[in-house]
Design a protein around this ligand. Structure first.
Ligand SMILES: *Cc1c(COP(=O)(O)O)cnc(C)c1O
Length: 460
């Protein structure tokens, strides 16, 4: 399979190079040139299989030039072996026709583990075969950094450096980044905000001499390999609930649009998804755009669901590319307008988007109320991101089963959950000693040269 850039001006690549490259050279995002379709019988045959087996059947056509099925099977097994649940992504019922898909049984208690654990194995396998080594550098407001450190710890072809804003991540998030003791993973606490961390990472990628010297690579959510890993749980959930004989709906707490776009791919592959509902918090630019066609960038309002606090939603570009019929020139134009404040989606493309995506938003108050109310009605504790999803899903229930993606464990956001319910959620037993483990903290000033020096000294 070949991958092309959403902006149409970068060379097409195979899966391996798409994964290692991340962002296309024309500033666009890689997408498959065509999507493989699964037949009704092939989809029906997935029901009841182990998660790993479904993962191989769904992903094999996308990665065939890089991994044969046996290798892919090995990588998938290794990726999910550390999960705390045999089903990997179990379903829990919330109401007569409403289900939660629990995506928080991985090592850092959020759905990002599904993609990050697999991309860790894929990078390691590919780099070891090529005899290469890379330094992965990323900025994090908490969830992505911990998932990356967990995924790459101990892998010998990769060093990982995560920049997080000092004093501005939760204690659970910080400890998940600072307690792994393998010598190839490094958490750097930068004196500044998340935006400073992100800006310094961008500076490093633009410092071409440094970039080549250390073999800089990125694994942020625009990497297509991450989106691909997330397609799998749409298939396991839908076939468990009766697909392909029955249509299923999904509601997805959304920020950078990677998770919900994976659902779009599943639908295009033939999975009968009736509704795909984008749920946003008070930072509702996506909901407004899907309703009116207007994508107008404002300022981020910090919320109790911080992983969805965005104004620029990177992966939305991939949905636009499909809605514009693959017209790279049109996408490049929209993204240029985005850089100066926003854009308006054409009438035709908006209708295409609305055909696939419904949307809704939850205010802070509605999010808290949903956490309390769900506990009362079902005994389930929701993380605030999941609560945004449940609130929006309830407005879209119909006669097809609705699945809301539970994107994080409530214990990852204990303050918001306690404020809503009076109950402080506890960590799963397998992580109960997180607060007793030793931390390694490296403080670094908000200065490109200082950060680059640490990276050069620390990498193997
Ligand atoms: C990253 C994240 C999201 C948003 O997912 P996107 O793929 O960026 O839309 C939602 N909830 C949690 C807990 C997250 O960590």
């Amino acid at each position: 399979m070949r991958y092309i850039s959403t902006r149409g001006q970068a060379p097409a690549l195979g899966f391996e190079d798409t994964m290692l490259t991340g962002l296309a050279r024309d500033g666009g995002l890689y997408v498959p040139e065509t999507l493989p379709r699964m037949t009704r019988d092939e989809i029906a045959a997935l029901a009841g299989l182990p998660y790993e087996e479904v993962a191989v059947r769904v992903m094999a056509p996308f990665v065939a030039d890089a991994f044969d099925e046996t290798t892919l099977g090995d990588l998938v097994s290794r990726a999910y072996a550390g999960f705390g649940h045999d089903a990997r992504a179990p379903l829990v019922q919330l109401g007569p026709n409403h289900h939660l898909l629990e995506l928080f049984h991985g090592p850092t208690l959020a759905f990002k583990d599904f993609a990050m654990q697999l991309i860790g194995q894929m990078f390691q396998h590919t780099l070891a075969r090529r005899g290469e080594r890379v330094a992965i550098v990323g900025a994090t407001s908490g969830d992505t950094g911990s998932a990356a450190i967990e995924a790459f710890r101990g892998l010998d072809a990769v060093d990982v450096f995560v920049l997080y804003p000092h004093g501005r991540v939760s204690e659970v998030q910080r400890r998940q980044m600072t307690t792994p003791d393998e010598s190839n993973v490094h958490a750097l606490a930068i004196d500044g905000h998340f935006d400073d961390a992100q800006a310094r990472v961008k500076d490093m990628f633009n410092d071409f001499a440094f970039r080549d010297r250390v073999g800089l690579a990125g694994v942020n959510s625009i990497n297509f390999a991450r989106v691909l890993a997330q397609v799998v749980y749409y298939f396991t959930a839908a076939t468990t609930l009766g697909a392909p004989h029955r249509e299923v709906g999904f509601t997805v707490p959304t920020g950078n649009f990677g998770d919900v776009f994976a659902g779009h791919i599943a639908k295009r592959m033939g999975l009968p998804i009736r509704q795909l509902v984008v749920a946003t918090n008070q930072n509702d630019i996506l909901h407004r755009c899907l309703t009116t066609g207007d994508y107008r960038i404002g300022t981020v309002e910090p919320s109790i669901s911080p992983s969805m606090d965005i104004q620029v939603s990177s992966n939305f570009e991939r949905a636009l590319h499909l809605a514009y019929g693959g017209d790279g020139r049109a996408i490049a134009q929209l993204m240029e307008e985005q850089g100066s404040g926003g854009f308006t989606v054409s009438q035709g493309a908006l209708e295409t988007l609305q055909h696939i995506y419904a949307s809704g938003r939850a205010s802070e108050e509605e999010t808290s109320r949903t956490i309390a109310d769900t506990l009362r009605r079902t005994g389930e504790l929701l993380c605030p991101h999941t609560a945004v999803g449940v609130h929006v899903a309830r407005q879209h229930l119909d006669d097809a089963p609705m699945v809301t993606l539970a994107t994080a464990h409530p214990a990852k956001f204990p303050d918001a959950v306690e404020a809503a319910t009076g109950i402080r959620p506890s960590l799963p037993p397998r992580m109960a000693d997180l607060f007793d483990r030793d931390e390694r903290i490296t403080r670094v000033e908000n200065d490109l040269h200082a950060i680059e020096t640490i990276i050069e000294e620390r990498r193997a």
